[in-house]
Design a protein around this ligand. Structure first.
Ligand SMILES: Nc1ncnc2c1ncn2[C@@H]1O[C@H](COP(=O)(O)OP(=O)(O)OP(=O)(O)O)[C@@H](O)[C@H]1O
Length: 251
């Protein structure tokens, strides 16, 4: 894995809310071909970490490099245009629109410039193509014309990933994509993530430990904002600090 391209590097990343150290001194690498899971108990700082990487929250300290460039001072839309995609815990789908429309709007964000409200026709065409590719990739092409509101919960989560892919990112930050899914939907999503990692670096925040230990190439464990362990699943499972702090002594 270490020969794969380094797409994102966070170094000493921290975020303080008053006296609370939500994320403290986190260093991690995301590589193409690698699914890197971040686990930790509630309030460990996982979502804050994603927000720092995506640019939704400014860091109190530390740096973020995306595709070799320092993007620490860049806003979320600029990082998105530079190749960073993210999905959210909350639903960002516009339910009355069709599946394809949702995806096309997400794709358009990539070509849109704030000062250019008259989007050129070529950009619309490109956005439509990117949307259709993303729908095919996520297995949603058959339901492209359906109203997003009628999709099953699992399909909605797939659509979230499709919307993320439509902006053609190199790095995917996925916040609990398996939440609320049944066994079959989980399997479908895990297969999709396995397929996507060849062309992307993936950071996965997820509470489903069985899924994480099955699909992750690397696992980083956070407790109270800090990383207490990072390595291959077998190493992490065997780590005494992790067993004590997070997995419980029975593992
Ligand atoms: N905007 C904010 N203002 C103040 N405190 C915050 C803010 N956002 C997060 N926190 C605090 O930072 C800590 C880390 O929160 P965060 O949501 O990142 O944890 P998490 O690991 O994602 O938790 P969960 O698994 O429950 O989603 C928590 O103590 C939380 O209350």
């Amino acid at each position: 894995m270490s020969g794969d391209a380094l797409l994102l590097r966070a170094q000493g990343l921290s975020r303080f809310f008053g006296g609370l150290k939500a994320v403290e001194g986190v260093t991690l690498d995301l590589r193409q071909g690698e699914l890197h899971a971040v686990i930790g108990t509630n309030g460990a700082g996982k979502s804050t970490l994603i927000n720092l990487l995506s640019g939704e929250l400014p860091a109190s300290a530390g740096t973020v490099e995306l595709l070799g460039e320092d993007v620490t001072g860049r806003t979320q839309p600029r990082r998105a245009r530079a190749g960073l995609g993210r999905s959210y815990q909350r639903n960002t789908i516009f339910l009355p629109f069709s599946v394809r429309e949702n995806c096309r709007l997400a794709a358009q964000a990539r070509w849109q410039k704030p000062w250019n409200w008259l989007t050129p026709a070529t950009a619309c065409r490109d956005a439509m193509q990117a949307a259709d590719e993303a729908l095919a990739r996520t297995g949603l092409a058959e339901v492209a014309e359906r109203t997003a509101g009628v999709l099953s919960h699992g399909q909605k989560r797939q659509l979230e990933i499709a919307m993320c892919l439509a902006s053609n990112p190199k790095v995917l930050l996925l916040d609990e994509p398996l939440a609320g899914m049944g066994a079959e939907e989980t399997e479908r999503m895990l297969t999709l993530l396995g397929e996507l990692k060849a062309g992307h670096a993936i950071l996965l925040v997820e509470h489903d430990m069985d899924a994480v230990f099955r699909v992750a190439d690397r696992i980083t464990v956070m407790v109270n904002g800090r990383v207490i362990a990072s390595g291959a699943p077998t190493e992490v499972r065997a780590n005494r600090d992790v067993q004590l702090a997070y997995l419980g002594d029975s593992h």
